[in-house]
Ligand binder design. Structure first.
Ligand SMILES: [Cu+2]
Length: 107
């Protein structure tokens, strides 16, 4: 029985590692008051990570529309993530800099 439990435990670890491996992350850089790329196309289930590459300016990710919400402020060197499970078009802007625009298209 003991070896059976060990085998199951090992299988669980392996599955966990395989799932972590399968999880996709896409990155959007923020530099010079722009999102790079400003249009990102991903598959459902992808985590998008915004990385602030500025020297001194903080930004946010402000999702527009009725389900909109704003991320916390992202300071230089910091990152913020959101996972997208539902297909759709997610337009966003920056709270303090409304002229900054981006969109995540989830397929
Ligand atoms: Cu900004």
């Amino acid at each position: 029985m003991r070896s059976g439990a060990t085998l199951l435990g090992g299988l669980g670890l392996w599955l966990g590692a395989a799932l972590a491996w399968a999880q996709t992350v896409a990155e959007v850089g923020i530099l010079n008051y722009h999102y790079h790329p400003h249009e990102l196309r991903v598959k459902a289930g992808t985590t998008v990570r915004w990385v602030n590459q500025e020297k001194r300016t903080s930004h946010s990710i402000l999702f527009l529309g009725k389900d909109g919400f704003e991320s916390e402020r992202i300071f230089p060197g910091e990152r913020w993530e959101r996972r997208f499970d539902a297909p759709g078009r997610y337009e966003y802007s920056c709270g303090p800099h409304p002229e900054m625009k981006g969109v995540v298209i989830v397929e």
